[in-house]
Design a protein around this ligand. Structure first.
Ligand code: SAM
Length: 301
């Protein structure tokens, strides 16, 4: 296990269960965002994550219990997994915490589309709070445009006197954000990076400035990165050193890791052309100059 820290932001490099159990104080966290491997065979840093359903759930229940212990009594939890495992999480959590919303993160998938069944276009999220009478929910910080009556400038005649409909509202439980794609500025080299905008909504709604946000499966450390932007503190845990390096850079914790300079990968379409192309280009330029010379000579005749 390794620990890196800078001004209220901590990165742990190691196993989530071990680190949650030994390094994170009980009741110290205001908000936990959990985006674990979904057990659908996705590879992280070249390692395939797929075990039996029973083993996956037994493992998940360990870190779920630990995350619950780490949350303050006023704390909130957002937890994700694949559609096939979410019902188990839902039933497991019902007796331990209040589930206030069952959210679908909807996107138009750009990948290969299913031809013989209905392809997956969403990922489920549970929004839970420890105490439904005492929790943070900054509704005014996450308002979205109300598309119905407000947009059509309708008057609400049920009010006395009648008033225009509100132009803003708290988002519903279907959230539409595009997935992070290669050409986006925020893209990092990770297969399941969550969008900055998506974490912004969660962190703005369910924490206040100075609060502590925990992410036990940090990946590209989007949670910590957004927490920092919004003046919260963060604790992020990640097993794979390739992704820890992204976190160290994104959070400005370190410029180097084991002697390696940490730099954002240059996108292939922004890279300089390979050497051979330069050589070809040189040949072409020389040929062109010669031709031009000949041509010039000709024209001067
Ligand atoms: C779904 S991804 C998280 C993506 C992240 N939310 C983001 O925006 O980039 C899950 C991450 O959990 C990490 N992971 C897998 N097993 C772990 C473990 N036992 N402890 C800590 N991290 C683990 C993987 O390496 C992977 O980066």
């Amino acid at each position: 296990m390794q620990k890196f820290e800078n001004r209220g932001h901590t990165i742990f490099h190691g196993d989530a269960v071990e680190i949650l159990a030994s390094e994170v104080a009980d009741k110290s966290v205001d908000l936990v965002f959990i985006d674990p491997p979904y057990n659908i065979g996705k590879k992280f840093n070249g390692k395939k994550y797929k075990q039996t359903d029973r083993d996956y759930l037994a493992w998940c229940y360990q870190w779920i219990d630990l995350c619950l212990k780490k949350l303050k009594d006023t704390g909130s939890m957002y937890i994700m997994t694949s559609t096939q495992f979410m019902p188990y999480f839902d039933i497991y959590l019902r007796d331990k915490i209040e589930i206030l919303s069952r959210i679908a993160w909807y996107y138009d998938s750009s990948g290969v589309q299913a031809k013989k069944y209905y392809g997956s276009m969403y990922e489920p999220i549970l929004f839970c709070v420890k105490d439904k009478k005492n929790y943070t929910f900054n509704a005014h910080d996450i308002l979205v445009e109300a598309k119905t009556g407000a947009k059509r400038k309708l008057i609400d005649y049920r009010k006395n006197p009648p008033q225009p409909y509100n132009t803003e509202k708290v988002p519903g439980n279907v959230w539409e954000y595009p997935r992070v794609r290669y050409r986006m500025d925020e893209y990092e080299n990770h297969p399941t990076q969550k969008p900055v905008k998506f974490l912004e909504r969660i962190i703005k709604a369910s924490s206040n400035e100075g609060d502590t946000v925990l992410d036990p499966f940090s990946g590209t450390f989007t949670t910590s990165y957004v927490a920092k932007m919004l003046n919260r503190q963060s604790v992020g845990i990640e097993l794979e050193d390739e992704y820890v390096k992204i976190g160290l850079r994104r959070l400005d914790i370190s410029t180097h890791y084991m002697g390696e300079k940490l730099e954002k990968e240059v996108k292939s379409y922004k890279r300089e052309k390979p050497e051979t192309t330069h050589v070809l280009k040189l040949f072409k330029e020389t040929d062109a100059a010669q031709l031009y010379g000949k041509h010039k000579g000709n024209s001067e005749q």
